[in-house]
Structure formats: structure tokens, C-alpha cells
Design a protein around this ligand. Structure first.
Ligand code: ATP
Length: 368
């Protein structure tokens, strides 16, 4: 039997762009998720990172079918999720729960904690036995470190960290196996972030949970992820065991993301090369041809515009990368070039990509 609890194969979520008086004409598509394949093993934490707008949230929503995927397969515990309907779909939804970024906007301020937690139970017909409901609510609150008295309070009466505990309790009350946590700590003070991350770790140990943690910040997923996937403009560009990704990032985009994460050792920090990545992603409605990252990549070559790189296994570490030139870049055989100079060549017949002028390759920068 596969050790994957969740397996996604070539998943695409494309949103139509409508025009016309009645918005009845499709004039294009937003390629929010454009062919992602990944596996989340039972009991592991899979961290999915990438800039805002790269499709992370859509991927999370797509696998729960909160948005309907355009194509591809989703297999959960051996079941084809896209074929589920009616009661089977309802039962599936109990097994995967989401934790959202901003607990204040995901929790209805007019509902008490009790009513927020019971809501999920009601949706699954688990609210009829009152004594059982009370037992469930109390033990769930206890597991997230909140007292039973919190049941009578309202979201605004709690701090940000406590509200996120309520958000986690809401997901847990249904006894899920997989939790999709979308930016679970990015709305919290840094001092509180560690507490919530530790809580997620403790819950994973005690309940045997599997996590898909979505974040824009590599620093957040670093300490909790067994596997990290890096997304760029709707695609997975690199995937590796947590430590491996930090020790040997292969994809230029991962290198750029890691440049923003400080290294605690000042000697390493001083010596390391930085790739500054600034500006916006190109529009997911008009992604560049070939490699999606090529318009911001200081190593891009002609082939990158012509051929979209597959996510391929790089070596026996299992690390996967979608870059034609990962080997050459690793061996230092490719010259870096200034992306701006490349894109504004007078004979260039393509417009510069949004934000492309902002990438610079620098080695002389102070630590952030
Ligand atoms: N319902 C929708 N209709 C049309 N476009 C959408 C829809 N939902 C998301 N998008 C677009 O899809 C792209 C990916 O969005 P998504 O929210 O998945 O990215 P993200 O990486 O999670 O970013 P963020 O961290 O800001 O949420 C964006 O360009 C977004 O505008």
C-alpha cells in the first residue's frame, strides 16, 4: 500500500475570465494551478511555499473541491476525490479540514465559541447526543490549550493567538486526518507564531495528524516541514526534504526565496551570494512561455523560453527540480546575467515582464 495519504497528479485549476455585457464571453483564463503533482505521506508535514498569487490557496481549496479543479486527479487514502458525490463527499470533507490565516475574518464574531464549534458537528449530523457534544467540545478545547469556560465567549474577547487556537479547535472537532493550514501564523505577532507552531506539532504527535501547511515564508515552514514544495506561478518548481532544500537549493527561484531568510552563522551569512527577487509575479492569465520563472531568472537561456521544464528527480536524494540547467548552475558553469539588460535589448520583440527590471544579482548586501 502507498504511504501517501494524499496524492495529487497534474492538477489544474483554471478560472475563466469573462467579458461582455452579461459576462457571458470567456476571453481567457487565469492559470492559478497549472499542472501540480505531489504526495503527502501519512503523518508528515508538507510545507508549500511561494509568493502571494502563485496559486497555493487555490491548490488547497481545489483538493477539498471548494473550487472545482479543471483537470487532474486527487487521491485521498486510495479514493478518487474528484469522483465523490453526495454522502461520500460529505464524509470525505470530515477527514480533511482547513485552518485559515486570519482567525478574525474566518470566525463569525456573532457566534460564541460553542456555536462555532457545534456548527461543524451539525453539518455532519454529529450534534444530537448533547452529552457527547459537550465531551467533544471540552476535550477539543483542552487539546488546543483553552479552558472549557471559553465556550461561552465570543471571538473578539480573545487575543490573536487564542483566536487561532479556536480556528484550530474548529478544524479538530470533526476528528480529521489531514489539516490544510493556509498561512496559519502569518497574521500573528512573531512572539505568538512559535506558540501556535509548537501547538500544531504537539497535536500532530498526539493525534497522528498529517499537515499541508501553506505559507509565503520559508522561515515559517522550515522547522515544521518534513517535505517542502516550492510553487511559482501555478507550478511546483522544486521539492525536497526540509533540510536538503536549505542546504542545497537547486532552482533559481528557491535560491531567491532563501536569500530572504537570514542564516544565524555570521560567517556563512557574510559569504553567501544573494539573489534579490523583487516586483510582482507575471500575470497568471498570461504566463511566460517555457519556464515560468525565466523572465526573472539570472541564468535563463534560449531553451527556457522554448521548452517548459518538467519537475524531474535530480539525484538519489529524491530532490525534484523543474529547471533545464540545475546541474550547470550547481556546478557554477553558467554565467549570471542582468535580467533587465536581457529584456530591454533594442532588438527584443517581447515586452519586459512585470517586475523583471527589479531582479538584481548582488553579493555585497548586508544581512536583512
Ligand atoms: N475565484 C477566482 N477567480 C479568478 N481568479 C482567481 C480566483 N481565485 C484566485 N484567483 C487568482 O489565482 C491566482 C492564484 O491565487 P491564490 O490565492 O491561489 O494564490 P496564493 O499563492 O495563495 O496567494 P495569497 O497568499 O495571496 O493567497 C491569483 O492570480 C488570483 O488572483
Amino acid at each position: 500500500m502507498s504511504d501517501a495519504l494524499l496524492e495529487i497528479d497534474d492538477l489544474k485549476v483554471h478560472f475563466p475570465i469573462k467579458s461582455g455585457l452579461l459576462f457571458d464571453r470567456t476571453v481567457g483564463h487565469v492559470y492559478a494551478v497549472d499542472g501540480v503533482s505531489l504526495k503527502v505521506r501519512r503523518g508528515e508535514t508538507y510545507g508549500l511555499v511561494g509568493e502571494s498569487g502563485c496559486g497555493k490557496t487555490t491548490l488547497g481549496r481545489g483538493l477539498l473541491r471548494l473550487v472545482e479543479p479543471t483537470s487532474g486527479t486527487i487521491t485521498f487514502d486510495g479514493t478518487d476525490v474528484r469522483a465523490l458525490q453526495g454522502e461520500k463527499m460529505r464524509l470525505f470533507r470530515r477527514r480533511i479540514q482547513m485552518v485559515f490565516q486570519d482567525p478574525m475574518s474566518s470566525l463569525d464574531p456573532r457566534q460564541s465559541v460553542e456555536s462555532l464549534l457545534v456548527e461543524g458537528l451539525k453539518a455532519h449530523g454529529l450534534h444530537k447526543d448533547k452529552a457527547d457534544v459537550q465531551r467533544r467540545l471540552r476535550s477539543t478545547l483542552d487539546s488546543v490549550g483553552l479552558p472549557a469556560s471559553a465556550l461561552n465567549n465570543y471571538p473578539h474577547e480573545f487575543s490573536g493567538g487564542q483566536r487561532q487556537r479556536i480556528g484550530i479547535a474548529r478544524a479538530l472537532v470533526l476528528g480529521p486526518e489531514l489539516i490544510v493550514a493556509d498561512e496559519p501564523v502569518s497574521a500573528l505577532d512573531v512572539s505568538i507564531q512559535a506558540q501556535v507552531i509548537n501547538l500544531l506539532g504537539d497535536l500532530q504527535d498526539s493525534l497522528g495528524l498529517t499537515y499541508l501547511v501553506i505559507a509565503h515564508d520559508l522561515a515559517v515552514v522550515r522547522h515544521i516541514s518534513d517535505t517542502i514544495g516550492v510553487m511559482y506561478l501555478g507550478s511546483l518548481v522544486e521539492e525536497a526534504d526540509g533540510d536538503q532544500l536549505y542546504e542545497r537549493p537547486l532552482h533559481p527561484y528557491t535560491k531567491a526565496l532563501l536569500s530572504a531568510v537570514p542564516i544565524p552563522d555570521p560567517q556563512v551569512e557574510d559569504r553567501r551570494e544573494r539573489i534579490l527577487l523583487a516586483g510582482d509575479l507575471p500575470s497568471p492569465a498570461a504566463p511566460p512561455s517555457g519556464c515560468r520563472f525565466r523572465t526573472r531568472c539570472p541564468w535563463s537561456q534560449q531553451r527556457c523560453a522554448e521548452e517548459r521544464p518538467e519537475l524531474r528527480v535530480f539525484d538519489d536524494t529524491g530532490q525534484r527540480v523543474a529547471c533545464h540547467f540545475a546541474e550547470e548552475i550547481l556546478r557554477g558553469e553558467l554565467e549570471m546575467h542582468d535580467v533587465r539588460a536581457e529584456l530591454v535589448r533594442p532588438d527584443s520583440d517581447t515586452a519586459p515582464a512585470v517586475g523583471a527590471e527589479l531582479i538584481q544579482t548582488r553579493t555585497d548586501l548586508p544581512a536583512p
